[in-house]
Design a protein around this ligand. Structure first.
Ligand code: SF4
Length: 193
């Protein structure tokens, strides 16, 4: 069976999710196909994406599209953008309402096969610490984002576009002034080819 259908049918975390404060069932959000030029290596779907089945269908996604300089149609065009998170399902909230990290089991089970299914891309966005650690080894998000020129224009380390990082954005104005123009140029060049 092809990989996307395998992942869509996966229920490995059913017990884990049932035990979370959200008590939800697995609902993998699978949004990639071979031939995409841009890889969004992200964390995990949020509650809204869990309900809609569409990745980044929320304010974080709106911010991410602004960062990338792409419209909705381009972002959700699987022939151009592959979205491969560290966890394909919404991990749920803990008893205090905090986000539960993506289950390690998901990347261990599916990540390599999903990336191989997408194939070679021109630009990779590594969003947040979980994806950055998997692709690059352990490190600090701010250090990696600050050193964006080391990997550009093929790879960009980004903070998560969540509202929780609004204070981080205010503390690090160089990100919007320098990193994002570099990111938009790389993405624009790729989409124009
Ligand atoms: S998070 Fe990943 S491993 Fe767990 S049920 Fe969803 S697809 Fe399967």
């Amino acid at each position: 069976m092809p990989v996307p259908q395998d992942i869509a049918a996966c229920r490995l975390c059913a017990d884990r999710f049932a035990a979370s404060a959200t008590g939800h069932a697995p609902a993998p959000v699978v949004w990639f196909r071979p031939g995409a030029r841009i890889l969004v290596a992200s964390q995990a779907p949020g509650m809204r994406a869990h309900l809609s089945g569409k990745p980044f269908d929320d304010p974080s996604g709106k911010r991410l599209r602004e960062w990338m300089g792409v419209d909705d149609a381009t972002f959700w065009d699987r022939d151009r953008v592959a979205i491969v998170p560290m966890g394909f399902c919404f991990p749920g909230y803990d008893a205090k309402g905090g986000d539960i990290p993506p289950p390690r089991l998901c990347a261990a089970t599916w990540r390599r096969a999903a990336l191989d299914h997408v194939g070679q891309v021109d630009v990779t966005l590594l969003i947040g610490g979980y994806a950055q650690d998997w692709h690059l080894g352990r490190g600090k998000v701010t250090d990696r984002v600050r050193a964006w020129r080391d990997l550009a224009p093929r790879t960009f380390c980004l903070p998560h576009p969540s509202w929780r990082n609004t204070a981080w954005l205010k503390r690090n104005p160089w990100f919007e002034a320098e990193t994002l123009p570099g990111l938009r140029t790389a993405i624009g060049d790729t989409l124009a080819r």
